[in-house]
Design a protein around this ligand. Structure first.
Ligand code: ZN
Length: 251
């Protein structure tokens, strides 16, 4: 998808309309219905994920996703593509997310040769610093450590963002507090999430800090937390998120 179509759609439809808002974003308005276009897109992305499989879906490119959706007789409409482009290229500060952009283009392709699949996890890591960091951590913790999320290309991040957005009734501030908008996640460039085997959903709560896995890694100085509590980026505290790539906030 090129920039021309992006400009065409944003020229016709204001970004607030595209994001399902009927008025300027108002933080006191908490109950909203997710827009029908978000719900329709979620259904199409679910179908593509079913078709290509969970592992491939993590790193599928935008253009490949469009092809797969068409194969499934669920092609994306120009309006839906414009909606995605507005989420991707729009400025998330207007709904309270202050993280930095990590991926410049929606159509970025993640070469298979750059990926290293981590056995039995469903996730891959970028070769180089991420794989090395994971290997160090794995060696220290052993069988108790699991990779819960690795590389996420823009389509995967969009899928997570839309799922959360529909759950939150279209509230973008709430959505982006726990899921970075596509184009703004460090999972796109190397970061990953870890957990304790058998800890299930608790791996994604502050309870994770109570585990030996967290304590060993953190106190041993093996991990650096990217989103500390009260961080200025509008992102919740995520003790399970491992920083690999440097960001401005480390300066
Ligand atoms: Zn993460």
């Amino acid at each position: 998808m090129n920039r021309r179509s992006f400009m065409a759609y944003t020229g016709v439809l204001s970004s607030t309309l595209l994001l399902g808002q009927t008025e300027e974003f108002n933080e006191t308005t908490s109950i909203r219905k997710a827009s029908p276009v978000a719900v329709a897109l979620l259904d199409k992305l679910n179908t593509v994920q079913d078709r290509v499989g969970y592992v491939s879906f993590n790193t599928i490119s935008f253009d490949q996703m469009l092809k797969e959706a068409t194969y499934c007789n669920k092609p994306l409409t120009p309006y839906e593509i414009g909606y995605i482009e507005t989420i991707f290229y729009g400025n998330p500060r207007r709904y309270g997310f202050y993280g930095e952009r990590t991926v410049p283009r929606l159509t970025v392709v993640t070469p298979k040769s750059s990926l290293h699949y981590i056995d039995k996890t469903g996730h891959s890591l970028l070769k180089g610093a991420a794989v090395e960091k994971y290997a160090t951590i794995k060696k220290l913790i052993g069988d108790d450590l699991i990779l819960t999320s690795g590389v996420r290309a823009p389509v995967k991040q969009l899928h997570l963002f839309l799922k959360k957005m529909v759950c939150e009734g279209g509230d973008l501030r709430e959505t982006s507090a726990s899921i970075a908008p596509p184009g703004f996640t460090f999972h796109g460039i190397g970061d990953f999430d870890i957990g304790k085997v058998g800890y299930g959903q608790f791996n994604f709560t502050e309870k994770f800090e109570e585990t030996d896995v967290f304590k060993k890694l953190y106190h041993g100085g093996y991990i650096t937390i990217r989103y500390t509590s009260n961080n200025p980026y509008g992102v919740r505290y995520e003790p399970w998120h491992i920083k690999v790539t440097p960001g401005n906030e480390t300066a």
